[in-house]
Write a protein that binds this ligand. Structure first.
Ligand code: HEC
Ligand code: HEC
Length: 199
């Protein structure tokens, strides 16, 4: 493109300038078409590049959290993290249910619940999990976005975290609300879901 300015323009080849303008329009159209309806693959690639620049400094290039500096995004929470949430409650993510109160369970009940949640909610739920399922659902999946999905990083959780940021027992993540456009946020969600699925 620079060629037109350095070579064509000074020698007054105005037809070339016209051609340049047409090419720019054509390029813009193509660009628009490409991003209007990006395929899953395009989004995944784009999500990966955004992740490497904006997220990897804390979460690591493999999203494993750099030895506890940030959340390991290839797994859901550890037992210690779940225990910390049960003890301290959780707030600021903007779910329709609002904040989660502290001390929803304690002692052996809290231990049993945290083991069950950190283990991916497999097998039989401890009886005390009933206090959690009233908000998170019997399957722990958050009742369609009312409360966080405890089983996996779903689209709702990732977009809430990007919008509001997150503060917890292991550290603080800033909000990315003004740092990502809509397509980039969508691309990150597709990318993070692909690592979660082990692709
Ligand atoms: C400054 C460091 C930092 C940066 C940059 C950062 N994060 Fe985080 N992130 C954290 C920390 C610390 C946590 C743990 C907080 C928590 O889970 O409560 C976290 C938590 C998360 C969680 C939620 C974990 C959970 O269990 O609920 C998601 C999802 C996430 N980050 C995605 C991203 C994405 C995507 C980006 C890039 C746009 C990003 N983060 C950039 C530090 C960072
Ligand atoms: C009154 C409804 C309610 C109850 C009861 C409840 N939670 Fe929550 N929980 C929420 C909401 C809402 C959030 C998100 C709050 C926020 O951070 O904005 C949340 C957040 C969490 C998180 C953090 C998810 C993440 O990625 O940050 C965990 C873990 C969790 N709850 C586990 C439990 C467990 C275990 C129990 C039972 C002991 C329980 N909750 C009981 C509503 C509830």
């Amino acid at each position: 493109m620079l060629w037109y300015f350095f070579v064509a323009y000074p020698t007054n080849q105005f037809s070339k300038i016209g051609q340049y303008n047409e090419e720019v329009l054509e390029y813009n159209d193509k660009f628009k078409a490409q991003w209007e309806n990006p395929s899953e693959d395009t989004l995944k690639g784009m999500g990966e590049s955004v992740f490497l620049v904006q997220c990897a400094p804390c979460h690591g290039v493999d999203a494993e959290g750099i030895a506890g500096k940030a959340q390991d995004l290839t797994h859901r929470m550890s037992k210690e993290q779940v225990l910390a949430v049960i003890k301290n409650g959780s707030q600021g993510l903007g779910y329709p249910m609002g904040a989660m109160p502290p001390m929803m369970a304690s002692g052996a009940d809290a231990e049993a619940i945290a083991t069950y949640v950190a283990g991916g909610l497999k097998g039989e739920a401890p009886a005390s999990f009933a206090v959690c399922s009233s908000c998170h659902g019997p399957d722990g999946k958050g009742m369609g976005g009312m409360a966080p999905n405890l089983v996996e990083y779903d689209d709702v959780l990732i977009s809430k975290v990007l919008e509001h940021g997150k503060k917890s027992s292991i550290g603080e993540m800033p909000s990315f609300k003004d740092r990502l456009n809509e397509t980039q946020a969508k691309a990150l969600i597709v990318f993070l879901n692909s690592i979660k699925a082990g692709e």
